[in-house]
Structure formats: C-alpha cells, structure tokens
Write a protein that binds this ligand. Structure first.
Ligand code: SF4
Length: 374
C-alpha cells in the first residue's frame, strides 16, 4: 500500500435522515427543519478551528444522509470551508448518498463543488433484504442512481453493502456482489450486520423475534467476500473495505487507522491531533446551544500517553493490510510462543519489518491486538 502524505483530514457530520434504519446506531434525526440551525452552528464551529488547522488532504461529508442537503446548503457549507482552509491540490473529496436522493442536478452540483468521490449506500440489490433493512430505496432505485452516477462521469465511487442478514445464503450474497461489480465501482465497503443493543433490531433480538446468523456462517460469508473480491482484482485493505487498486483506497478513512490528524465537525464528530482526541456533543440541540452560550461544542477531551498511542497503533494497524511495525511491539512478545503460534496458525505474517494480518487474521481483528500488546 502506498503511504499517503500526512495532511490532515476533515470530516463533516450531517446528522439528518429521512427515516431511521432499524440496525443503525449512528446519531441522526428525522426533523429536517433543523438543517438551517445545524448549518449555522457548523459555520461557527468552522471559525473555531480556522487557526488550528491550515490545510486538509481529504474531505468526507458523512452522516446521517448528506445527500438530503439541498444545493444552497451544500454550496454554502463548501464555500465556507474553502474560505477558511486550503486544500491539497490532490484532495479526495467524498460525499455519502442515499440512492433515492440521487438526481442529475445534484451530481452536477457535486462536480462543480469539487466533490470527486461518491459513497452510495446500496446495502443490497435484493428487494426483500431492502425491506427487511427498512431502507427507503428499492433495488431499481439503486440501479437508477448508479446509471445517473456513471452518466454524470463520476469514475471514483464506492458502494456500501451489508451481509450476514438472517437467512442469507452464500449464493444470495454473491448475487448482490456480482450485481455491484457490474457497475464497476472503484471501492466496496462490505459490512457484516451487527445487531446493536439499543436499536430496534436489538429489541427484536432481545424478545426473540430476530435471530442473527450463527458465528460459523458469518465467518464463512466474511471469507467468501474476501476471496471473491480478491479474485476480481480488489485489494482487501481493511476488514470491511476493498479497493480496485491502491489509487482507490479511501485516503480519508486511512487517516483514522494511521493516527494522522483529522478534524471532525458537527454533532458527535470526533477529532484527533497532537496526541489528543476530542469529541462533540452527540445531540444536535446540545451542539447548537453550546454556541448560543458562547462556549464550544466539545463534550470531552482525552490526552493520550505515548504508551496509549503505541497500543492504539497496534490495534488500528491490525485492522488494515498495512499492519503494524515490528518496532511497536515489545521484544518479549515477539519472542513468545503466542506470537509464534499466530504465525504458524496463519493469522499474521511478518513482511518488510511489519506484522501484517492475513485474511484469517482479519476474522480475529479484535483478539490479535490483545496478544500483541499484552
Ligand atoms: S440512512 Fe444511514 S445513517 Fe440514516 S438511519 Fe439509515 S443507516 Fe443510519
């Protein structure tokens, strides 16, 4: 993997969705009348950081559902950002889209505003799965959006897909993957359905009306995804992420995994710089009120010790194909039987001075760091 320059990343959180999906635990609200208050507060937050950050190498407008923003709102937001900071000439600028919101007019606006990467929340090409996930688009809606994206000349676009749905078979999942590839995306994010406690799906699970797939089937689907996409030429560069080539690895998200500074603006957004991590109030109301009270929207801040940074580097590095430098791991661990067993068991390999997780190792991404940082 090519190492990117260490220019900071800028993330904007758009906390609005038309409807809520029952599996989602991201912060978002459905009252779209609050968009002007959010924009107003966001512009004030941009002011706060004008002198702290100078240049960004990536912009990621995520949510929520950023494609709900109308042209004037997005135009105002991007112009405000550009009036405060400069952008790397090679900037990666991404916006997340719901297929239902995609129109030729919006796509033209995105191009005019310098957005050069789209991330489309397709989730599935199977209508019964989309109904189960309570998505507001249909598979035909997804196909229409993809036709428009290609017609508008966007070459760099990513598709979000979800697998591991109750009752899903390997054949069914492969059908969705093949459909996705027929549109020649440059990137795929394939997320395994996780049933979080405080979501409608979590409640259904607790009352016994939703039974997630068993662990063995989930593992099989993970391995199938990785094998299938790698056979199609994709690089499996992070547990859930695949790029058609090095050029299409999501540069913004790589900053999170490489401890490169990033600034997150909007309710609930997280930031990291100079060994400090801070995050905003999650509720839009509290976020906006903090400005009227002349304060700032930061809920809390954590100063990481060098040891915490080292452990995070191990934890985050093992989520990616880049792995972690041998120099980050204690000599006693490198000489231990547990480390030798991980290599023998095919979970990791040592390559060019780095410990790199294998496909099988990705399956144990949460457990490997425990062994390497013990
Ligand atoms: S559209 Fe996305 S952010 Fe909004 S509720 Fe659904 S999954 Fe969550």
């Amino acid at each position: 993997m090519n190492i990117e320059p260490k220019t900071a990343g800028l993330y904007i959180h758009v906390p609005f969705c038309k409807t809520k999906c029952p599996y989602c635990d991201f912060y978002s609200i459905t009252d779209l009348s609050l968009i002007p208050s959010w924009l107003d507060a966001l512009c004030k937050e941009i002011d706060l950081y004008q002198d702290i950050f100078s240049e960004f190498g990536s912009l990621f407008i995520g949510g929520g559902t950023p494609s709900l923003l109308d042209g004037n709102t997005l135009d105002h937001l991007i112009k405000t950002i550009r009036a405060h900071w400069s952008f790397d000439s090679n900037i990666e600028s991404t916006i997340e889209l719901n297929p239902d919101d995609v129109t030729g007019e919006k796509l033209r606006l995105y191009r005019t505003l310098g957005i050069n990467r789209l991330s489309l929340g397709i989730q599935s090409f199977n209508d019964s799965e989309l109904i189960f996930l309570k998505r507001r688009h249909t598979s035909e809606g997804a196909r229409k959006a993809l036709r428009l994206i290609r017609k508008a000349g966007f070459k760099n676009f990513s598709l979000d897909l979800i697998y591991g749905l109750p009752g899903q078979t390997e054949a069914g999942w492969l059908t969705t993957l093949k459909y996705a590839l027929s549109y020649e995306p440059t990137h795929l994010s394939c997320y395994q359905l996780t049933v979080e406690k405080n979501t409608p799906f979590g409640l259904l699970k607790a009352e016994g009306t939703l039974t997630p797939l068993n662990e063995k089937t989930e593992e099989m689907l993970f391995l199938t995804t990785s094998q299938f996409l790698e056979a199609q030429g994709f690089i499996h560069y992070e547990i859930s992420n695949f790029a058609r080539s090095d050029n299409y690895i999501c540069r913004h998200n790589m900053k999170y995994w490489r401890h490169i500074p990033y600034l997150g603006l909007g309710p609930g957004a997280h930031s990291f710089s100079n060994g400090q991590r801070w995050w905003n109030y999650r509720s839009l109301e509290q976020y906006c009120v903090s400005f009227t009270e002349g304060a700032n929207p930061v809920e809390d801040l954590e100063i990481l010790t060098p040891e915490q940074v080292r452990l995070e580097m191990i934890y985050l590095g093992l989520r990616t194909k880049e792995g972690v430098s041998l120099s980050r791991v204690e000599d006693t661990i490198l000489a231990s039987t547990a480390f030798a067993d991980m290599k023998k068991g095919g979970l990791i390999k040592v390559d060019k001075g780095r410990i790199v997780p294998t496909r099988k190792g990705f399956l144990m991404a949460d457990r490997l760091p425990l062994i390497l940082s013990d």
